[in-house]
Ligand binder design. Structure first.
Ligand code: PA5
Length: 431
C-alpha cells in the first residue's frame, strides 16, 4: 500500500502546539499498543502468525457439501462478505462451489428465500458467535438446525473456547468447532477462523492474507517515528479533524470490489470509537457511483467530513472501442483508453476537487487487489483504529452500547434474567 504520507491534502495537519499535543497522544497510544499494555484485548495482533491447519481441514470438510450457511452478525459476518467480494467478486460468488449463504439479519423473508434455494441440497451449518448467545444468530441457528433434523455431523461452530451457549452445545453434541480466542473482539476477528474458514472453503489463499497482515504489522510496529508511520499520522489526522468539528469520516474506495470493505470499516470504526460522546461517524461511499450522488454534498455542503479515497490498480483493463457510428464520433476521446484507467482518473479528479475546495483528503493507493494487499489493508485499519481510540482515551475494544441493545432484545424476547431491561425498553414506548 502506498499512502499520501502528507496524509491530508487541502488541509494538512496543523503545526505548533496542536501538532505536538496530537503527536504525543498518538505516540503514547502507539507505545501502549506495541508494548501490549492491556493484552486482554490484543489477540488480533497475533492472528497473522496463527497456524491454519484446523481452518484448512474444516474448509476441506465444507467443500464436501453443496452449500454452507453461515449464521452470524456484525463482526461475525461483515468480514466474510468483505473478503469474498474483494477476492472472488459478487458475480463469481453466485456460482461458487460450495454455495455460500449468510444469515445475518433475522429477516423472515430473507430466510425463506434462502431456504427455497437450499431445500433438498446437502448443506453444512456454520454458526459464528463469539459470545455464543446473540439472539439474531442463535435464533437462526436453531431454525437451520431444525431443518437439518438434528444432524450434528453437518454443524460447525466458531465461538469462544470456553464460555457461552454455543460452546456448551459443542460440548454436549460433539459437533465440530473452531475456537475464537477470547482476546479477539468480534470486529477484529476477520483474520481469525471467523473470516478465514469461509474464505478458505471458497478457495481464497488465506496464507497470503495472513502474510500481508504480518508484513503490515511488522512494518508498523517497527516504525516508531511518527512522521514515517502512516497509521500514526492517519490516527492524528482523524483526531485533529474530530476536534476541528468534522464529525464524519468518509471511506470511498474506487473499486466495486471494495464496497464491502467500507461496510467492514464502518463497523470497525464506529463500534470501536463511538464512546463517551466522542468518535466520528463512518460514511460508506463508493467511487465513481457516489460522484453522481454524494460528491455535490461533499464539495459544497458543510465542511464536516474527513475523506479517505482508495485508488486501486486493476490487473486487467477493459479497453473502450472506437466509435462505430458518426453520432458517437465525439466520444472518440475515450477510444483506446481503459475503463479502469478512467476509474482511477476519477479517483484523482474527486480527490483534487475536494482538496481544491479545502476539504481534507487522505489518499491510499493499492498497486493490486489481491489476498496479500487486502491483508495489509485490513491490518492497517485495525491498527489505526486501535491507536486512534487509545489516543482519544476510549477503549477501542469493547462495545457497551451494542451489549445494551442485546440485553434489551433478550428482555423483550422473554429471556429469563432480563426482565428489567424489557421493562426499560417498553417504558420508552409509553407515550
Ligand atoms: O464487534 C463486536 O464485538 C460485535 O459487533 C459482534 O461482532 C456482534 O455483536 C456479534 O456478536 P457475537 O459474535 O458475540 O455473536
Amino acid at each position: 500500500l502506498k499512502f499520501a504520507l502528507g496524509a491530508v491534502w487541502g488541509k494538512d495537519l496543523p503545526s505548533g502546539e496542536v501538532l505536538s499535543s496530537l503527536k504525543s497522544r498518538v505516540l503514547s497510544a502507539f507505545h501502549d499498543l506495541v508494548n501490549r499494555k492491556d493484552p486482554s484485548w490484543l489477540g488480533w495482533m497475533d492472528l497473522p502468525d496463527q497456524e491454519v491447519d484446523g481452518v484448512m481441514e474444516a474448509a476441506d470438510w465444507l467443500r464436501g457439501f453443496d452449500a454452507f450457511v453461515q449464521v452470524g452478525i456484525g463482526g461475525s459476518a461483515l468480514g466474510n462478505l468483505m473478503l469474498h467480494q474483494a477476492l472472488i467478486g459478487d458475480i463469481e460468488m453466485k456460482t461458487a462451489k460450495p454455495c455460500f449463504y449468510l444469515a445475518d439479519n433475522p429477516d423472515p423473508m430473507k430466510l425463506q428465500e434462502m431456504w427455497k434455494d437450499l431445500e433438498g441440497r446437502r448443506f453444512a451449518l456454520v454458526g459464528v458467535s463469539k459470545s455464543g448467545s446473540t439472539a439474531e444468530t442463535t435464533s437462526q441457528f436453531m431454525w437451520f438446525l431444525d431443518k437439518l433434523k438434528g444432524s450434528y455431523d453437518s454443524v460447525l461452530l466458531i465461538t469462544d473456547p470456553e464460555g457461552g451457549i454455543f460452546r456448551k452445545f459443542v460440548n454436549e453434541t460433539g459437533c465440530r468447532s473452531l475456537p475464537l480466542r477470547s482476546d479477539v473482539g468480534g470486529r477484529y476477528s476477520v483474520l481469525s477462523p471467523v473470516g478465514l474458514l469461509s474464505a478458505a472453503a471458497l478457495g481464497i489463499p488465506v496464507d497470503q492474507l495472513l502474510e500481508g497482515a504480518r508484513a503490515m504489522r511488522d512494518g508498523l510496529i517497527s516504525q516508531g517515528d511518527f512522521d514515517r508511520n502512516p497509521a500514526m499520522r492517519l490516527a492524528a489526522c482523524h483526531l485533529y479533524h474530530e476536534i476541528s468539528q468534522r464529525p464524519m469520516a468518509v471511506m470511498m474506495p474506487y473499486s466495486s470490489r471494495l464496497e464491502r470493505f467500507s461496510e467492514w470499516f464502518a463497523q470497525l470504526w464506529g463500534e470501536s470509537l463511538g464512546k463517551e460522546g466522542r468518535g466520528t461517524t463512518p460514511i460508506r461511499a463508493l467511487g465513481a457511483i457516489d460522484q453522481h450522488s454524494q460528491v455535490q454534498l461533499y464539495m459544497e455542503g458543510p465542511d464536516d467530513k474527513f475523506f479517505t479515497i482508495i485508488d486501486v490498480a486493476f490487473p486487467q483493463d477493459v479497453a473502450i472501442p472506437q466509435a462505430s457510428s458518426e453520432a458517437l464520433k465525439s466520444l472518440d476521446y475515450l477510444a483506446g483508453k481503459g475503463l479502469g484507467e478512467m476509474l482511477r482518473k476519477e479517483a484523482m479528479a474527486t480527490a483534487s476537487a475536494l482538496a481544491g475546495a479545502g476539504r481534507p483528503v487522505m489518499w491510499i493507493q493499492m498497486e493490486r487487489l489481491d489476498p496479500r494487499s487486502l491483508g495489509e489493508l485490513i491490518f492497517f485499519y485495525q491498527f489505526t483504529t486501535a491507536i486512534t481510540g487509545l489516543a482519544m482515551g476510549v477503549n477501542p475494544f469493547d462495545q457497551p452500547g451494542v451489549e445494551q441493545g442485546k440485553r434489551y432484545t433478550y428482555g423483550l424476547m422473554g429471556r429469563p434474567g432480563f426482565e428489567e431491561e424489557a421493562e426499560r425498553a417498553e417504558r420508552a414506548f409509553d407515550v
